[in-house]
Design a protein around this ligand. Structure first.
Ligand code: NAP
Length: 286
C-alpha cells in the first residue's frame, strides 16, 4: 500500500516520518513547496507541487492541514485525478459538515473518505502515539488500518462520516476546560512563591495529573509558549464546537470563555503561540 501525505506542519512532519519508518510513505505535498522538497529528500519519497499529482500515484491520501476551507480546496483538487478505490483520510480538525461534504465529492469518484482527527499533540505525532477517532465506512477503515497504525497507538471507529470530527469536538471542549484550570492553578502557585518544577512534578503524579500539565506545565511557568498547538487553531476548533452546541442546545461556557481569551491574545499578536500562552492572561491578572 502506498500512502501520500498532504500537509507538513507541526503534526504532519512527525506523521510523515512514522509512515516512512513503516515503509508506507510514497509521496508528500505541502503548500510551501520547500518543506515538501526537504522532507522528500530526507525520506527518499516524491515531492509534488500539486495535490492532484500526488493523488495519482498513491492508494491512500492523508490530509493534515489547518481549517475547513483548506480541506475542501484540497479535496476538490484531488478529486480531479483520484483513482477509484482510493481512500482519503482527513486527520485535520474540521467540522462534521466539512467531512460530509468531502465524502460526497469523493464518492462521485468512487473513492472512500474517512474523517480521522487525532489527539496527542506534536509529541504524539512525532512518537507515533496519537489516538484517532474515525468516522466512515468500516471496510475502508479495515483496508487502511496499517497506515493509521503506523502513526497512532489507538484507533476507534465512532460511526458514519462526521462522527470522528464530532468526537474530536468533545476533545477540544475538554481541552479548553483543562487549559483554563491548569493555567489558572499554576499562575496561583507561582504567585504563592512555590518551586514550580516541584509543583508540576508532584501534581502530575496525583489525581489532578493530566497531559497538558505534564507537557506544558513547566514551560508555561518559565514564560515559553512555542507551538505545540497554535492557539489560533484551537480558537478555530472551539468556534466549530460552539456552532455544534448551538444546534444541539448544549451549553459550553468554558469554551466561550476560552474563545474570548484567545481573541484577546490573538489581538496582541500571540495567535501562533501554543495554547499554554493562556497563562499570559492568568499571570498578568494580578
Ligand atoms: P500547522 O503547524 O499550522 O500546519 C498547518 C499545515 O496546513 C501546513 O502544512 C500548511 O502549509 C497547511 N495549510 C494551511 N492552509 C492550507 C491550504 N489552504 N492549502 C494547503 N495547505 C494548507 O498546524 P498543525 O499543528 O500541524 O495542525 C494541522 C491540523 O491538525 C489542524 O487542523 C489542527 O487543528 C490539527 N491538530 C493539531 C494538533 C497540535 O497539537 N498541533 C493536535 C491535533 C490536531 P504551509 O506550510 O504552506 O503553511
Amino acid at each position: 500500500m502506498k500512502a501520500g501525505l498532504i500537509g507538513l506542519g507541526a503534526m504532519g512532519l512527525g506523521m510523515a516520518r512514522n509512515l516512512a519508518k513503516a515503509g508506507l510513505l510514497a509521496a508528500v505535498y505541502n503548500r510551501t513547496e520547500s518543506k515538501a522538497q526537504d522532507l522528500a529528500d530526507e525520506l527518499k519519497v516524491s515531492a509534488h507541487t500539486d495535490p492532484a499529482d500526488l493523488a495519482q500515484v498513491v492508494d491512500v491520501v492523508l490530509i493534515c492541514i489547518s481549517a475547513d476551507q483548506d480541506v475542501l480546496a484540497v479535496v476538490n483538487a484531488i478529486a480531479t485525478s483520484i483513482k477509484p478505490g482510493t481512500v482519503v483520510i482527513d486527520m485535520s480538525t474540521v467540522s462534521s459538515d466539512t467531512a460530509l461534504q468531502a465524502s460526497v465529492i469523493l464518492a462521485e469518484k468512487q473513492a472512500d473518505f474517512l474523517d480521522a482527527p487525532v489527539s496527542g499533540g506534536v509529541e504524539g505525532a512525532k512518537n507515533g502515539t496519537l489516538v484517532t477517532m474515525v468516522g466512515g465506512d468500516v471496510d475502508a477503515l479495515a483496508r487502511v488500518r496499517p497506515v493509521l497504525a503506523a502513526m497512532t497507538k489507538r484507533i476507534v471507529h465512532m460511526g458514519p462520516v462526521g462522527m470522528g470530527q464530532a468526537t474530536k469536538a468533545v476533545n477540544q471542549i475538554m481541552c479548553a476546560g483543562i487549559s483554563q484550570a491548569v493555567t489558572e492553578a499554576l499562575a496561583f502557585g507561582q504567585a504563592q512563591g512555590l518551586p514550580m518544577d516541584k509543583v508540576v512534578d508532584v501534581i502530575s503524579g496525583g489525581a489532578s495529573g493530566n497531559w497538558f500539565l505534564e507537557h506544558r506545565g513547566l514551560t508555561m511557568t518559565q514564560g515559553t509558549f512555542a507551538p505545540g498547538f497554535k492557539l489560533a487553531l484551537h480558537h478555530k476548533d472551539l468556534n466549530i464546537c460552539r456552532h455544534m452546541a448551538e444546534k444541539s442546545g448544549s451549553a459550553i461556557p468554558l469554551s466561550d470563555k476560552t474563545v474570548e481569551d484567545y481573541e484577546q491574545l490573538m489581538a496582541q499578536g500571540f495567535g501562533d503561540e501554543d495554547i499554554s500562552a493562556l497563562y499570559r492572561l492568568k499571570r498578568d491578572k494580578k
